[in-house]
Design a binder for this molecule. Structure first.
Ligand code: F0G
Length: 461
């Protein structure tokens, strides 16, 4: 029986806890100033609720810890590798497995084998490191996401979908010679953790087949994507998560995985492939950059924990409590009329700083100012996805002002309670109530030439 008010109670109980500390406003004022108003420079003990990322920050289960103890650390032919390989094949159908140290390691290996100068890689919005690995090879990441994804107030159940017309136009223009593959990110992080529908995946796959172009998934959050398919596409209402995952992967030629998300581990990643030829090409680079083919940058124990994590992440009860916790916070904020990107995605809430603090001039970094305020008031750490992260124009060296100024609050898996979510909502309610007092932001006193958000230094205006 499902009690209607509490259908999302966590399907686990807590065995170990880690202390976190609520600091005072005076302490936080001092710490953030010492950190040059860059949240990446804070020490973890200075943060009460850490929503910087959902990557590698989740809690492992007792079963995963048990598998850690059984880890086989043999350089070659490790039992833990076999366990991972069998699990990946059972869940995805992909036969060839290449372990890597994390998601970007997988990008580096696969793209070394497949991407050359002048190539075009279409997909829905590419994640930063994916794009950077494409551009590093003097190729272009082509964004073919549906237009609806760019409107934060517009409801669409699958805002991560690929626009088939845009994709076919690219196929016609560049052909197989310049398009080595298509990459679809499920769920699409850059679009706000938005899912891609099975219908869209089928159509993209059919189009790729028609033009003879392989299709890969960036599957960092594939399990969360299957949850949305089950909830929002009628055809899948009664299918299990594992059945949905199997069908989803059947339409692709392979996948790249940052296991730090839906692998439920703190470090790790892999490439999984259908065909032997691509596998043979890729393992050369794996040995060069990551490690031998049966560990590739992971300890045996980490591969074991990942195998168990993949099974746990593809259980409906876990996924329901996970995604619904994110939506719980989203709903609370919407009730308070705090401006958030809609619909809420699978792993994070995105605050819309343009609507939240329009009184702060854009040149003074609205989203960063809001992220700093959230830390000062509640000790909560989010991340700016706005002008600072967008870097300067490489030619004019002027600031680039993206359409959206967002603060991402990413929720780690199995880590915080809904009481923590209530606390976040209360803090935001307070900040929202006093938003008209915010008139000035910050100016940059130091910045590197690229990827400045990690090390930028600011001062208050
Ligand atoms: N692909 C997606 C969709 C990602 O979100 C990430 C990482 C990666 C690839 C790269 O994987 O970090 O294991 O090398 N996203 C993290 C985040 C960093 O905070 O969203 P990685």
């Amino acid at each position: 029986m499902n009690i209607p008010e509490f259908p999302f109670a966590e399907p686990y109980k807590i065995k170990t806890v880690e202390k976190i500390r609520r600091s005072t406003p005076e302490e936080r004022e001092k710490w953030i100033k010492e950190a040059k108003y860059n949240l990446f420079k804070l020490k973890s003990y200075q943060v009460f609720i850490d929503l910087l990322t959902d990557s590698g920050t989740g809690a492992m289960s007792d079963e995963q810890w048990a598998e850690m103890m059984r880890g086989d650390e043999s350089y070659a032919g490790s039992r833990s590798f076999d366990l991972l390989k069998e699990t990946v094949e059972r869940i995805t159908g992909f036969k060839y497995l290449i372990p890597t140290h994390q998601g970007r390691g997988a990008e580096n290996v696969l793209f070394s084998a497949l991407v050359k100068e002048g190539d075009i890689i279409p997909g829905n919005m590419h994640f930063d490191t994916t794009k950077a690995h494409i551009e590093l090879r003097k190729a272009t990441a082509l964004d073919c996401t549906i237009d609806e994804a760019y409107d934060t107030e517009h409801y669409h159940p699958f805002k991560g979908n690929v626009d088939l017309q845009k994709l076919e136009d690219a196929f016609k223009k560049y052909g197989r010679q310049r398009i080595p593959f298509v990459i679809v990110t499920v769920t699409c992080n850059t679009a706000g953790g938005q899912p891609v529908s099975m219908q869209n995946i089928r159509e993209v796959s059919a189009l790729c087949k028609k033009y003879g172009i392989p299709l890969y998934f960036d599957a960092a959050r594939f399990a969360e994507n299957t949850y949305f398919i089950k909830k929002r596409e009628r055809e899948f209402k009664d299918k299990s998560i594992k059945q949905i995952a199997k069908e989803m992967f059947s339409y692709a030629d392979g996948m790249l995985m940052s296991a730090k998300k839906d692998g439920l581990v703190n470090i790790g990643g892999f490439i999984a492939l259908k065909d032997e030829e691509t596998y043979r090409k890729a393992i050369v680079y794996n040995i060069l950059y990551e490690g031998f083919i049966t560990y590739g940058g992971m300890a045996g124990r980490d591969m074991g924990a990942l195998a168990v994590g993949l099974d746990e992440a593809t259980e409906f009860d876990y996924l329901e409590s996970r995604v619904e916790q994110v939506h719980y916070l989203g709903r609370r904020l919407m009730e308070l009329e705090v401006p958030v990107q809609q619909p809420i995605g699978g792993h994070a809430i995105y605050l819309d700083a343009n609507r939240f603090v329009p009184t702060i001039p854009r040149e003074q970094f609205r989203a960063q100012s809001l992220a700093i305020e959230l830390y000062k008031v509640g000790g909560i750490r989010g991340v700016e996805i706005g002008t600072i992260m967008a870097d300067r124009d490489p030619v004019t060296r002027e600031n680039r002002y993206p359409k959206l100024e967002l603060v991402r609050l990413a929720i780690p898996r199995r880590v915080y309670s809904n009481n923590h979510m209530n606390f976040v909502a209360e803090v935001l309610k307070h900040i929202y109530g006093t938003r008209h007092e915010a008139k000035t932001g910050y100016r940059i006193v130091y910045e590197p030439p690229i990827l400045r958000h990690f090390t930028v230094e600011l001062e208050k205006i």
